[in-house]
Ligand binder design. Sequence first.
Ligand code: NAD
Ligand code: UGA
Length: 459
Amino acid sequence: MNRNIVCIGAGYIGGPTMAVIAKMNPDRKVMVVDINAERIAAWNSDDYHLPIYEPGLVDVVKEVRGKNLFFSTDIKGAVQECDIVFVGVNTPTKMFGKGSGRASDLQYWEATARSIKEYAKGDKIVVEKSTLPVRTAAAMEAILNGERGTGNGERGSGIRFTVLSNPEFLAEGTAIKDLLEPDRVLIGGPQTETGEKAIQAVVDIYAAWVPSERILTTNVWSAELTKLAANAFLAQRVSSINAIAGLCEATGADVDEVARVIGADRRIGPKFLKAGPGFGGSCFKKDVLNLVYLCETFGLHTAAEYWMGVIRMNEHQQERIVSRLFSAMFNTLANKKIVLFGFAFKADTGDTRETPAGTVARLLAEEHVRITVTDPKALGNAKKDLSELKDVAYEIDEYKAAAGADAIVLMTDWKHYPALDWQRIYDSMRKPALVYDTRNCLDAAKLRQIGFKVLNVGK
Ligand code: NAD
Ligand code: UGA
C-alpha cells in the first residue's frame, strides 16, 4: 500500500481538507481531482484566486501546492496513483422522483464510485468524505466489488475495495482552524481484519497532527448516521432558540439574556444558542431532510415529523422577519428601498447556499421592494442566486448601498458592520430610517440615539 492520497471533488470540503492533510503530512503526495475544469483552474491560479473564500486557506495552499498537493482534472491518473481514495463530491437534496425534496441525490456519488471501479488497477481504500445516508457504504461496496455489499469489506472477485466512512465536521468560515484542531475525527469501517487495517491506514493520516484520543473509530453505519445526527442536533438548537425568540418579542423578554442563562448550565452549554434569521448553508437543511427521509423509510413517522419541525421553524423565522418589517413600515413595502447588509449564510464565507438572505430577498421582491444587496465576499454568488429577480442592485460599499434607503436589514454578522459610521449612514437615508438587526450584533441603544428605528430578533 502506498501513502498517496486522492480526493475526488474539489469543493468546499475536498479543497481545504486535502490542503491541511498535505500540510501536516509532507511525506505524502495528495491529489485533488474534479470534473469541473474551471474549479481546478481556480485552485491552480497563479494569483491564488481560489474558488472558495476561507480564512487562512490561501496560506496553506501557498505552502503546499506544487510540493505535495496537486489539483487536476485527471481523475484516472490520480486514482491509479493512489491507494487511498477520498470521495468528497456533492450530495444535494434530490429534487425529482422518489424521495424528491427529502432524500440525498446520489447520482454524483454513484458516478464517482463507477469511475473508481473503472480506473483502479489494484486494491483501494475508498473513504466517504461526503455526507451520505446510512448504509450508503453497502451500495458503494456493491458497485465497487461488483456484488451485493456486506458492510464487512469482503471482496468480490479481482481487486479489493474497502469502504470507510470519514465524515467531515468542519464549519465554513472556520474550516482551517477546525481541520487543524478538530474536536474529533471519526473513522467508521468494517470490523474485519481488512477493515481494521484500512481504518488504521486512515487513522495514520490524521495521527500526524490530531491527538489519538480525538480520533474515534466506529462501525460504518454509526459513522454515517453520526454525521447526520450531529448536524440535526446543531440545527435543532438554532430552531429551538428561534422558537423562543418569537415568544420573547411577544412578551418583552430578551432572547440574548435567556440564551446566556440557559447556556450557563453546563449540561446545555453556550454554543449554537444565538437567535437570528435562521440557519443557512449547504448542509443543515439537506441533512435534516435526509434524516426525515430515512425515518420515513424505516416507518418512524413521529421521529420524521419531529425533525421536520426543525426545518419548518427555520422557514418560519424568515417569514416572520419580513412580516415584522411589513408592520413596522406602515404595512406597505412597495417601491421602498431596502438594503440587505450581508448575503452570505454566515460571516467569513462567500457561500450563499440556502442563505436566509435569499429567502428574505425573494419575500421582499413579492412586495415590490427595491432591493440593494451589499456583502464583502458574497456579491458574485448573490447575483447568481437572485438572477430571476428584477429591481435588485448590488453594491460592495455599504455607505453607497444605504444612500436613500428606507430600511437596512442586517442579515450576516460581518465583523466590521458594528464599526461602520452609522451616523453617516443615517444621514444618507430616507426618514424614518429603520435598521432591522436580525443578528443582534449592532449597538441598538446607540442607533436609537442617532435617530434610527431599531428592530431585533427576540427583543
Ligand atoms: P461542492 O459542491 O462545493 O463540491 C463538490 C465537488 O464535487 C464539485 O466541485 C463537483 O464538480 C465535484 N464532482 C461532482 N461529481 C463528480 C464526479 N463524478 N467526479 C469528480 N468530481 C465530481 O460540495 P461541498 O460543499 O464540498 O460538499 C461535498 C460533500 O461534503 C457533501 O456531501 C456535503 O454534505 C459534505 N460536507 C460539506 C461541508 C461544507 O462545509 N460545505 C461540511 C461537511 C460535509
Ligand atoms: C455546519 C456544522 O457546524 C459543521 O459541523 C458541519 O460539518 C457542516 O455544517 C456541514 O456538514 O456542512 P456550517 O453550515 O458551515 O457548519 O456553519 P455553522 O456555523 O454550523 O452555521 C450554520 C448556520 O446556523 C448559519 O447560517 C449560522 O448563522 C446559523 N447559526 C449558527 C445560528 O443562527 N445561530 C447559532 O447559534 C449558530
